[in-house]
Design a protein around this ligand. Structure first.
Ligand SMILES: [Fe+2]
Length: 375
């Protein structure tokens, strides 16, 4: 099967995408399959985000997860903020150690620790987790967290699927991050010390419903293991992002984990393009095949105004988006030489539904935030 793919051009245009744009124009990409398929780059007279008003389901949303303050001791009580058949996103504040073990039988679970410190105990042993860590928990893994400092965790379930690493192709297997930097649980003294004949509950989630299994002992009682499946952790500080000084690379180059129907990408601090003709902020685009969710973890997000750590932007597919006017102007002037943002993006191939819990913490001014403010 082949795409209908004819490289063509018409009117005033640049030869290279994202570079040497005709003076005063705004580039918009319309493309297939995220950033990997056929695409057209239009050069517009006006910014495609220069709308007067925006009303209807394609409206972009900004959610302030920081405002969701409920603390619960089980991940399955944490609020689901958005979901589809392949992905479920929860926001979890854990202030006290988990009294029961959790097990997800719906799919692999990814935790991103936004804040806090904890000790994770699971079938494979013990590992410490802290701010900035991704933790991949294979489906079926029994686990619990002992809290050292209250945790705020973004949880992303790959429903009926598994997390894998992306193809690194020409970059080679050690680029972006070397698999050797991945941390894993170990059967250490702390793990052995928590074993014993204490009555223990395991709360299993399957098809969204909870089942409680009670043992007269702690079932995290393995004395050893072998195999090639294990939970892993990765801190964003161990990611060495790919960049080009002459070309604004699409967000997909920052893919950290991949599942069947969505990817998780990490935006880490990096230099900004230095070539005079290269675009220095993300290009305007629709991303017509994907819903985009960005969780802002740290720093100043360089292409957005009015966004602080702990906030989430939701751009449904079909929503034309791009940098905010101030960020666009700063990009054009090459005012910033590097980004200091850390953000986690979920690019979902299927439409996501936002829940009431998400709408409760919505910042409703988001769609109007692209408007140029008149002094
Ligand atoms: Fe986008």
């Amino acid at each position: 099967m082949h795409w209908i793919r004819l490289p063509l051009a018409d009117g005033l245009h640049s030869k290279q995408a994202h570079a040497d744009l005709p003076d005063g124009t705004f580039e918009r990409e319309v493309g297939k399959e995220g950033f990997g398929g056929p695409a057209a780059h239009f050069h517009h007279k006006h910014p495609p985000t220069g709308w007067l008003s925006f009303d209807g389901p394609v409206k972009p949303r900004a959610l302030d997860f920081v405002e969701s303050k409920q603390q619960v001791s089980s991940p399955w009580q944490a609020s689901v903020m958005m979901h589809n058949a392949h992905c479920e996103v929860r926001w979890w504040r854990l202030a006290e150690s988990m009294p029961a073990l959790a097990r997800n039988s719906d799919g692999d679970q990814l935790l991103f620790v936004h804040d806090g410190v904890g000790e994770l105990f699971c079938d494979w042993g013990h590992m410490s987790i802290a701010e900035g860590d991704y933790v991949v928990l294979p489906r079926g893994c029994m686990w619990r967290i002992e809290v050292s400092a209250p945790l705020a965790i973004l949880m992303i379930e790959a429903t009926e699927a598994a997390y894998r690493l992306p193809e690194k192709g020409m970059l080679g297997p050690h680029a972006i991050f070397d698999p050797a930097v991945l941390g894993r649980p170990l059967m250490d003294d702390a793990f052995r010390a928590q074993q014993g004949e204490t009555e223990t509950r395991v709360i299993v989630k399957r098809r969204g419903a909870l089942t409680t299994i009670t043992y007269p002992f702690n079932p995290l009682d393995a004395v050893g293991w072998h195999g090639d499946l294990t939970p892993v952790k990765l801190n964003w500080r161990d990611i060495r992002p790919v960049m080009s000084h002459r070309y604004h690379l699409p967000p997909s180059v920052h893919t950290t984990f991949q599942t069947d129907r969505f990817i998780v990408t990490t935006f880490c601090p990096r230099p900004i393009e230095s070539d005079p003709g290269a675009l220095k902020v993300p290009f305007f685009h629709n991303n017509d095949d994907y819903d985009e969710v960005i969780f802002y973890h740290k720093g100043n997000f360089f292409s957005r105004d009015n966004i602080h750590p702990g906030m989430v932007s939701f751009h449904p597919s079909g929503f034309t988006h791009g940098p905010h006017p101030k960020a666009f102007a700063a990009g054009a002037a090459h005012a910033k030489k590097e980004t200091d943002e850390v953000a986690v993006m979920i690019d979902a191939r299927d439409p996501l539904d936002l829940t009431d819990a998400a709408f409760k913490v919505e910042w409703t001014g988001y769609a109007d935030s692209w408007k140029v403010k008149k002094d």
